[in-house]
Design a protein around this ligand. Sequence first.
Ligand code: ZN
Length: 311
Amino acid sequence: MTLLLYDDIYLRHDTGPSHPENYKRLECIVDHLKTTGLWDKSTLMNPRAATVEEIALVHERAYIDRARQLAEAGGGQLDPDTTLSQDSYRAALYAAGALLTAADAIMEGMSKNAFCMVRPPGHHARPANGMGFCVFNNVAVVAQYLVSRHKLKRVFILDWDCHHGNGTQEMFYGEPGVFYMSLHRWPFYPGTGGADERGSGPGKGFTLNIPVTDGTSPEEYITSFKNAMDNDIKAFNPEFIIISAGFDGYSEDPVGGLGLAAEDFATLTGITLDLADRCCRGRVLSCLEGGYNLQGLPLCVEQHLNVLLEA
Ligand SMILES: [Zn+2]
């Protein structure tokens, strides 16, 4: 059984007529899941909104206020790439809230895994500013929530979005309890994510970056991924796995692109679930990040969700 979290509020985060991160991304995924029957096979769950206190687990209060005020004033630019509309603040609270809802359900044993179809995405959002289409760092909020509220000691964030999740890395760079691993195109936006960035202080060794050059074959990419999972992550022995599931590594993606086929996301998911079964009773919470090809994105999500459903 897989929980599927979605709400129409996410469509009302309006980024304008020509922004690649727009409501059509979710609309085409929902349509496709309904057509293929995966919508009905999943267990639908309504997300709650995150509270300001929960967002403040990883973001500064002054930044949360700034995002709210900008939306209340009718919207505007949070950073050059990140646009807010009137409903964006509310959508962002429900985006992070979906992960909190799913995390509670998984911890209560209602389901082993969940997929949160949310926007705005989160992994570039830094403690005091939004960035790269991201408002609040959804996966970081839930990781810290699992540590603070559910008292977990080893949470693993796996980020296979085509871009490095600089915000997530920054939030846990000194923390040994949250292991952040990213595979991303390199060199590329946002510029961080070199292999030498391994964490600091007590967090040293709990960040792992696997930069991938453009032109790397899917086979090489998957081999690097599996090696890291079989060694570093197995040794970490996570109690809970969170996936920053970006699908902009898909070969035809207009923003990212790393030569991956939709089926490759099934392979990545399968490797992750194998580890989850061995380490943490299958607990996997996946969250949509990037993915901007409206034909390919639904196919990638289908592959991902299919494997989650088989767990
Ligand atoms: Zn991305």
